[in-house]
Design a protein around this ligand. Structure first.
Ligand code: HEC
Length: 132
């Protein structure tokens, strides 16, 4: 009997978590005009799983007790090169395990990569490329 209640509740939580993707507040007014399109694409496609406070995205785990498997790196803390963003977009993150592949391709991928290369990780240098 309790099982019947627990399963739909879990499904609802999952649905809400997915629904959060792309429905964050778009706050791109602080973004330089040439990066705004990339910022909007980031908010629409990435903010459910990644944090970046310059656009009000809070998708990464902030507290250990609300951590989820899909939580991606926090782009306030982690810098990215354009090449790494394009690699992650094409392959689904660096591991290919959680982040969907090819969420954005072509020009849209370029725009988000330019935006992140500029705005991600003010505090730390970009990590080495996974390609070596
Ligand atoms: C469903 C959740 C999800 C979505 C949506 C998502 N990501 Fe990710 N992303 C992850 C996870 C989890 C990782 C870390 C694991 C890995 O690298 O495979 C990751 C890793 C990355 C990395 C590698 C970061 C690093 O330094 O390790 C980049 C870059 C990245 N994502 C960019 C994006 C961009 C840009 C978008 C939107 C177009 C996006 N992600 C959408 C979950 C997501």
């Amino acid at each position: 009997m309790t099982r019947r209640i627990i399963i739909p509740a879990a499904a609802l939580v999952a649905a809400l978590a997915l629904g959060a993707c792309g429905k964050e507040n778009v706050e791109t007014s602080d973004i330089a005009p040439q990066y705004r399109e990339g910022a909007t694409l980031f908010v629409e496609n990435c903010s459910g799983c990644h944090t970046l406070s310059s656009v009000g995205a809070e998708g990464s785990a902030i507290k250990i007790n609300n951590r989820e498997r899909v939580d991606g790196p926090n782009f306030d803390q982690r810098a990215e090169t354009k090449q790494n963003v394009l690699y992650a977009l094409h392959n689904g993150g660096f591991s290919g395990a959680i982040m969907p592949e090819n969420i954005l391709t072509g020009e849209d991928a370029q725009k988000v990569a330019d935006f992140l290369a500029k705005y991600a990780g003010a505090e730390k240098p970009a990590p080495a490329s996974p390609q070596g």
